[in-house]
Design a protein around this ligand. Sequence first.
Ligand code: SF4
Length: 289
Amino acid sequence: MEIIIGKTAGFCFGVKNAVNKTYEQLENNTQNLYCLGELVHNEKIVENLLKKGVKTLDNINEIPNDSNVIIRAHGVEPDTYHRAKEKNISVIDLTCPKVTKIHELAENFAKNNYYIMLIAEKKHPETIGTKGFCGKNSSIIENIEDVEIAIQCFKESKLSNIAIIAQTTFSVEKFNTIVENIKEKVDCNIEIKNTICNATAVRQQETEELSKKVELMIVIGGKNSANTKRLYDICCKNCKNSILIQNKNDDDLINAIKNKYETIGIMAGASTPEESINEVIEYIKNIGG
Ligand code: SF4
């Protein structure tokens, strides 16, 4: 049995930075520390932080006045910073620098009277944050079906230019398809900024290649993690035996390993720690003999 582990599997730069800095804060004994949303989509890490006193809450309004709040790598909308200031909450801003760049880009486009089309998943926290920097003259396009409405809103805005930006973890393939569709349907100046993070693009590419050459493809990551789900979707297109698991105790892994596969590929989402990847590899090796 051969196990091939993706070189890009696991924490990306932005997540690693957020996790390391959060643990540094804990060493500094910061009191009343909260995290706005899960720091990473990983149960173990969230549980461990809770044990150390870091509570996860989803809304700035729920966080007590005069406390400390961590902004995770996804970033937040401008209103959250304003609200934190009003409540005298100290912000430990761990927004990934690549996301901050998109916020700056969006603000600049808005200032220069561009209508912004944000190609992104509507409910993703990063999208909600970025949308806040785009201002009112903007639309979120998640699927090709949303293009028509976005163009209608652009026409109603009476602006002359369009700027296109993307969620950092969006599918490269889907982004290109949507951009082509916008270009076909509207005749004006369009500034296209492919802001998909390189770490995401490289990981998706490697997943594509790996899933084509193995009999079983295992994706490790949170089932509520967008970038992990995307990796799983890529695998399903190329390998009929693809599974998405959270950890080594997942039933899907236990069942899949009962079949004696010759080649197994392993990939992990951006919020999966190395420890979880190693546990899965150990488990497979022990069962596989
Ligand atoms: S995927 Fe890229 S943009 Fe998103 S947190 Fe990781 S490094 Fe930053």
